[in-house]
Design a protein around this ligand. Sequence first.
Ligand SMILES: *Cc1c(COP(=O)(O)O)cnc(C)c1O
Length: 377
Amino acid sequence: MTGPFLPVCEPTLTGNEQAYVLDAVSTGWISSAGKYVTEFERSFAQYCNVPYAVGVCNGTMALHLALVALGIGPGDEVIIPDFTMVATAFAVCYTGAKPVYVDAHPETWNIDVRLIEEKITARTRVILPVHIMGLLCDMPAIEAIAKKHNLIILEDAAEAHGAEFRGRRAGSFGAISAFSFFANKNLTTGEGGMIVTGDADLFDRCRYHKNLCFPLSGGREYVHNDIGFNYRLSNLHAAVGLAQVEKADELRQMRRRNHARYVELLSRIPGIRFQKDDDADYLHVHWMNAILVNEGQYGMSRDSLMAYLRENGIDSRKLFTGMHRQKALHSYGCEADGYYPVSERLAAEGLYLPSSSHLSAEQIERVGNVILKGSSL
Ligand SMILES: *Cc1c(COP(=O)(O)O)cnc(C)c1O
């Protein structure tokens, strides 16, 4: 090992996080009733350029709550990418609806918009695109399909805080959108999530269902007309979140700079490939620095490279296993034998490298040198 162990991702908490949490503690406002929750919601809505935001306890519940607000339930189908984090599919299952998978695009790794229409049935209600690794999906194409078939768009923007297409930010395309603030996400509260929407009715439905369906008028008669959830976000978490949003531009820039450094070091190594990057239309926020390893060209398999990195004190992770491979979803009644060649390849060849926002140029160089050395073994 040359230097201390390099983890895949750590939060960067160098702004007002401590001060705001201490303030929340010292004033006694630690539940979901507290000024940081409303300030975090307001500032994050503004960051996404969307009118309304609702803080929740994590990104998975944000997705579930959004589907509840849309009235999705048993008998409905929701189109999701096969290549995503399992929470996308599970959130659909919680409602009783069925997730239907679409393979990934070989360059963007996002849902392949050319394959969506063949999956639409009379039961389809929602298209749920996921902006993988912080690259926005082809939203104009998805909007056109949604319009043609009268479907609702719910964005899973858990990996894409601040990502842009022609200046429009992640979260501003869907009727409603869900974010995660898990510890490894571009903006974090440790655990936390947010729904953003431009629709006042959906906003109200989210606030209502997230809080046990207490009447929004604030009455405390303890008579409930619907079965609700407790998905509230605490003021302590929101205190961290507000400080993160204050630094959002800087954190986004750090993540993008790190990726550019990785590309510079690795893109000429045979058998190493990256996801599609920025162009004139897309601003990629690089949640994780992912690469594909072609064993034939690189000289080592993905798994061997991960072991080699570990021997050299560098952590890495495999990319997601496709939804069609998830036993839990087979048991639930989802498709088990479909053909998803791109998702299969991402799961077989993909890994992500250390990606904390605060990585130094030296740390990235250390990773790059190990991967370069690995190619000549
Ligand atoms: C992280 C993530 C989630 C879940 O967020 P949690 O806050 O961990 O519940 C959902 N979807 C995607 C694509 C994610 O990456």
